[in-house]
Design a protein around this ligand. Structure first.
Ligand code: ATP
Length: 227
């Protein structure tokens, strides 16, 4: 049976008072890999921000990993984010600490206490992204692709019910993009649900999957032929 991790009904997305997307109704079920495409400025990032609580859902209904977006309170946001893994275009790693320390920082901030459990978890997520031997390095000692792998590992730390990736390959060359995409595909095959905003059509062709498009203030599902 399909289990929704995200459900929106007639939702409108705003940046302050400007309407960016209107009447968005969609469902993402557990286990799916879904692309969100659309031109620059079409509202992909605004949409993602609404999902992780960075922008309020001012109109319509939405539930994400059992949180009600329309009534979401400021103090619930950290708890919502623990059930989501968020990956950004610019990695957002802390440059003053090693890869392992970056990951430990997140675990501590999300309530983990036991050091050996933390180390085991860190090894597990680094292994999933092929970075187990690089935990001692500083982010600036890594290539862009490696930094994004670490950022994906960080997103996996709290076993998220949904991963939101906003242009995760936007800063990477085509070859590295394909490699990072391979990591995301592997994670999806192992059961993680992923919503990925991108304008990299080469990736869509190489790894076809359900695709939503932002266009003309709307989001609709497209079949690959018409992209
Ligand atoms: N902080 C903000 N305040 C007001 N308007 C904003 C803000 N951020 C984005 N916008 C506007 O919202 C619209 C959608 O932008 P958004 O960043 O969501 O698009 P996008 O599809 O993610 O674009 P890109 O691919 O360039 O990231 C644009 O018209 C933009 O000017």
């Amino acid at each position: 049976m399909s289990q929704p991790v995200l459900k929106l009904h007639n939702a409108s997305i705003f940046q302050r008072e400007s309407l960016i997307l209107s009447d968005v109704s969609l469902t993402i079920n557990k286990g799916e890999f879904v692309y969100l495409i659309g031109k620059t400025g079409s509202g992909k990032s605004s949409f993602m921000k609404t999902l992780y609580g960075d922008l309020p859902l001012q109109q319509g209904e939405g539930t994400i990993v059992d949180y009600d977006l329309a009534t979401l309170k400021e103090k619930q946001i950290p708890f919502l984010r623990r059930k989501l893994g968020v990956v950004f275009q610019d990695f957002k790693l802390l440059n003053d600490r090693t890869v392992k320390e970056n990951l430990k920082f997140v675990l501590k901030a999300t309530g983990w206490k036991d050091h050996s459990q933390m180390d085991t978890k860190i090894d597990e997520v680094l292994d999933k992204v092929g970075m187990k031997t690089k935990g001692f390095k500083y982010p600036y000692q890594l290539s862009g692709g490696e930094q994004q792998r670490v950022a994906i590992a960080r997103a996996l730390l709290n076993d998220p019910e949904l991963i939101l990736a906003d242009e995760p390959t936007g800063n990477l060359d085509p070859q590295t993009s394909v490699e990072v995409m391979g990591v995301l595909q592997e994670i999806n095959k192992n059961g993680n649900t992923i919503l990925m905003a991108t304008h990299d059509y080469a990736l869509l062709l190489k790894y076809p999957s359900k695709t939503l498009k932002c266009d003309g203030n709307k989001i609709f599902e497209v079949v690959q032929k018409t992209i």
